[in-house]
Design a protein around this ligand. Sequence first.
Ligand SMILES: [Zn+2]
Length: 168
Amino acid sequence: MESPSRVYVPSATEVDGTAIGMGCFSTEEIAWQVLKTFLGKSEQMSLTEASVVAWDVDVLGEDGMTVLSSLEGKICPVCQRRTFWVDLEHLSALCYGSSCSAWIEQSTVDPEIVDCGWPPLRFLKQVKDIEEAYNELRTIGSDVAASMEETNDVITQQLYQSTLNDGQ
Ligand SMILES: [Zn+2]
């Protein structure tokens, strides 16, 4: 088997600057898959950056290195976890946290338009800029938080009622 002339390296950086290696892979797709799986569990860690870099084998120094994507870790405007990964270069962002997947993306049709969405509610909206997209998602986030509190109140009330009834 011929050894690959190019390898793909996903990595992440913690707040204190420690780099986390995940191995090197023969295709970009696999490297992304590995990184995405890793970022899905990133809420327990304090990661600030993540990237996928292509390295040409046997090329000395920076000439052998191509940064394919670099992501910045942010607090998700909907679920409030540190699982919102923003690709500044390509103007896209996605929450990798479980059961969230909030996203922001520049429209492929019209670069003046920014799309954003939250799949659990099938929410989808087109806005003018990234700030507005954040605001839309923040609104969803506080709506969801409020409705969760309401649900909890109902459950608490039901529990209270049943306790009362049991006592009679
Ligand atoms: Zn989220």
